[in-house]
Ligand binder design. Structure first.
Ligand code: SF4
Ligand code: SF4
Length: 169
């Protein structure tokens, strides 16, 4: 996992999807690809009341990424300094192997360019001392960029496990 993680406090999320929109604006994407997205989970009945959760999903910047192994062109790379996984757009041949390989379909198809695109944690903005685009757009501070080491293990593991369970259910 990278040194950073986009952490969402689900209780604060109002599903405005500003994070989705701002990500696309920042990456110059049109209709279609969503490097991050809000997934509606539910509604389910909790203590007699209906409850829905809105879960932020984007690339997990895995330790051993399936997408890197699947790319025949070496277009997907991991930054040495912080473990951020990104796509070198010049090397992407548009074969969609990464999209099929990632369990969460985090890489998305950009039909306008004929290439895959994915969350790179806004590495250019991080390098400039700025927050990722999605974080700046969130009106409720539901989203935060945190250092992975600053999240307690149990919380981090639970967070990822819950996301995976929801994705496969
Ligand atoms: S695109 Fe998928 S496989 Fe690749 S690092 Fe992100 S979550 Fe992992
Ligand atoms: S911007 Fe924040 S509140 Fe709005 S959908 Fe995204 S995480 Fe939820």
């Amino acid at each position: 996992m990278s040194k950073f993680i986009l952490f969402q406090d689900e209780k604060k999320c109002i599903s405005c999807r500003s994070c989705q929109v701002q990500c696309k604006v920042n990456k110059g994407l049109g209709v279609g690809p969503k490097p991050n997205q809000i997934i509606e989970v539910g509604p389910v009945e909790v203590n007699g009341r209906l409850k829905a959760n809105y879960v932020f999903l984007s690339c997990f910047h895995c330790d051993n990424p399936w997408c890197i192994a699947a790319c025949p062109n070496g277009a997907i790379q991991k930054r040495e300094e912080d473990g951020v996984i990104f796509i070198d757009q010049d090397r992407c041949a548009g074969c969609k192997s990464c999209i099929m390989a990632c369990p969460w379909s985090a890489p998305q198809w950009d039909a306008r360019k004929g290439k895959a695109v994915k969350c790179d944690l806004c590495k250019d903005r991080i390098d400039a001392g700025l927050k990722p685009a999605c974080v700046t757009a969130c009106p409720t501070n539901s989203l935060r960029l945190v250092r992975t080491e600053d999240l307690p293990d149990t919380k981090r593991v639970r967070f990822v496990r819950e996301l995976v369970a929801r994705e496969v259910s």
